[in-house]
Ligand binder design. Structure first.
Ligand code: HEM
Length: 191
């Protein structure tokens, strides 16, 4: 890109994955308060959104590897470039760790075989065969280990998304740079 913006495809990946994460975190915070009949559909929707995020994350990384993003504006401080590079890298990692840890935990669920999964109730989706084939005791340990990973990674995600949003808002409203426009379609160059 030459006008300082990300490509339209990069923007689409960014906002669709962000919306999916907000939806999944909201579901996970809300389902403890739902009645019995609503909990199961909420968890199933959570799994479906999570697997969709995994697919989008793979495509996003392939896109990122084959398309150079716009350079950081030269007015940014060195430490800002370093911190945002680290935060972006960690966020890329988490869009894999969150769904993969969830999928492994779910594959180790003791009743997985009798409770098949379908994406959005429509498309049958497999559990991970190697995990399902473990003996019951190991399966329980794997379930707990990846459940804990899923939970700790969620806290890391909150912290990193908080930093990411705070950084963007600082550039936009404190430094008065056209930061949000970099990730939003528009016609005029923002360099
Ligand atoms: C980016 C994708 C995902 C995000 C952001 C996400 C987020 C979360 C969060 C915040 C929780 C609550 C953790 C806690 O209570 O400490 C949770 C729980 C859970 N997630 Fe995910 N998740 C994602 C993907 C998945 C996937 C792909 C699956 C399974 C296929 C899954 C299965 C579950 C299950 C079963 C729980 C409940 C664990 C329990 O309370 O026993 N998640 N998720």
């Amino acid at each position: 890109m030459t006008d300082g913006r990300y490509t339209r495809i990069a923007m689409l990946f960014h906002w669709v994955i962000a919306a999916g994460i907000v939806a999944n975190v909201t579901l996970a915070w809300v389902w403890p308060y739902l009645g019995d009949s609503s909990v199961r559909p909420a968890i199933d929707t959570h799994k479906s959104i999570g697997i969709t995020i995994l697919g989008l994350a793979i495509l996003r990384v392939l896109w990122r590897l084959t398309h150079v993003p716009p350079a950081f504006p030269t007015r940014y401080q060195d430490w800002e470039r370093r911190v945002s590079g680290i935060v972006h890298g960690a966020l890329y990692l988490l869009i894999f760790v969150m769904p993969l840890s969830g999928w492994i935990m779910d594959s180790a669920y003791k009743d997985a075989a009798t409770h098949p999964m379908a994406l959005f109730g429509l498309v049958p989706w497999p559990r991970i065969g190697a995990v399902m084939a473990l003996d019951p005791a190991t399966k329980l340990r794997v379930h707990d280990l990846f459940g804990a990973t899923h939970s700790y990674a969620a806290w890391a995600l909150y912290a990193l998304v908080g930093l990411h949003v705070a950084g963007a808002l600082k550039h936009q409203f404190v430094d008065r740079h056209r930061e949000l426009q970099r990730m939003w379609p528009g016609r005029e160059p923002i360099l």
